[in-house]
Design a protein around this ligand. Structure first.
Ligand SMILES: Cc1ncc(COP(=O)(O)O)c(C=O)c1O
Length: 348
């Protein structure tokens, strides 16, 4: 018998959205940015490639300084991660002993459950109401760590700000606000870091900064929290290519802001068009929409779209089993999606 920890043995593998190995799909299933980063971010890549023999900067100094400048914090308040998933894991290992409680909403980003289970933590879930929203603050006095995503997937809406404030005020442990999708919305929670000494905000460069393939995430908090989390991360957790490209991206704020606006415009058009095609559509602050077709089972719609080379995401979770989640693509991609949906609807 292999000495596998019970909590690992009992945890199902996290299943991310498919990454097809062919390029003939319209890929609207994993919330990637449909627009490439600017070509200029690759300008100094050659230089970095020549240095692959050498380890990268262990503490991602340039990246943390660039991020700190854009976010309005000292680089000492910023931790760089191998994707924001790394930041979530580091927080778990910094603040929670196996056997202690981790809390999060249901439904939400399903990785919270996987990493908490693998860590051997006790899980406390708090159901959202029938609109997938909060009815009040998250009260979990036993929790050492609360993961809250705002905007919260799979709906994509910001959580009620006042309830989030009360959650931070009343929490006995750390509140990690996961802002993976925040750049596609009008608000963020930076001020919570100043107001409460138990808040971490995590950001990803996978969505708004078009760098999903590079795996770069950032955690922002007080100096003392970041100092502790820094001990827990892998010693070289970001490779030199990821550090270089991510640092460069922060120099192109105007470009990125323009593509965020494009995504928002397309999101609004997608929402309206889906309503006209007889879907229930949740209002979204993110780069995806959750939509329930009223004329076909969502699982069937997912399959039929896939047969026609359009990939969206379907979740077996009981509360959203009649929904598909659609990433906002380019206008041309969304036109094709809508065209295929219309054909399927007409076929009956
Ligand atoms: C809420 C949320 N947080 C974090 C992540 C992970 O982002 P990253 O690619 O930075 O690990 C995702 C990815 O889908 C997400 O939906």
């Amino acid at each position: 018998m292999l000495p596998i920890r019970d909590c690992v043995q009992q945890t199902p593998c996290y299943v991310p959205g498919e990454q097809p190995q062919t390029t003939d799909y319209i890929k609207l299933n994993t919330n990637e940015n449909p627009y490439a980063p600017p070509d200029e971010i690759f300008n100094n890549l050659e230089e970095e490639l020549k240095k692959v023999r050498l380890y990268p900067d262990p503490v991602s100094t340039k990246l943390r300084k660039a991020a700190g400048e854009v976010f309005g914090f000292s680089h000492e308040q910023v931790l760089a991660g191998n994707g924001s998933d790394d930041i979530l894991n580091i927080a778990l290992r910094t603040f929670v002993n196996p056997g202690e409680n981790v809390a999060f909403l249901d439904p939400t980003y399903s990785l919270y459950e996987t990493i908490a289970k693998v860590h051997g933590a006790n899980i406390q879930t708090i159901a959202t109401n029938t609109n997938f929203e909060l009815d009040g603050p998250l009260i979990c006095p036993e929790a050492k760590l609360i993961f809250v995503a705002s905007p919260n997937p799979p709906l994509g809406k910001h959580l009620n700000r006042q309830y989030l404030k009360e959650t931070c005020e009343q929490a006995a442990g750390i509140v990690l606000i996961d802002e993976a999708y925040v750049d596609f919305s009008d608000e963020n929670h930076w001020e919570f870091i100043q107001q409460y000494d138990n808040v971490i905000v995590s950001r990803t460069m996978s969505k708004s900064y078009s760098l999903a393939g590079m795996r770069v995430g950032l955690g922002v908090s007080s100096r003392s929290i970041i100092e502790q989390m820094n001990k827990v991360r892998d010693s070289y957790n970001l490779d030199r290519i990821a550090q270089t490209l991510a640092t460069n991206c922060f120099q192109f704020q105007d470009y990125f802001q323009s593509i965020w606006q494009k995504v928002r415009n397309t999101r609004n058009r997608l929402t309206e068009s889906l309503i006209n095609l007889d879907f229930l559509v949740c209002d979204s602050d993110a780069n995806f929409v959750l939509a329930s077709p009223q004329w076909i089972e969502a699982s069937q719609l997912y399959t039929k779209l896939k047969e026609r080379k359009v990939l969206v995401r379907y979740f077996k979770h009981p509360r959203i089993s009649n929904y598909v989640r659609i990433t906002v693509g380019t206008d041309a991609e969304i036109d094709r999606l809508l065209e295929v949906i219309e054909q399927l609807k007409n076929e009956g």
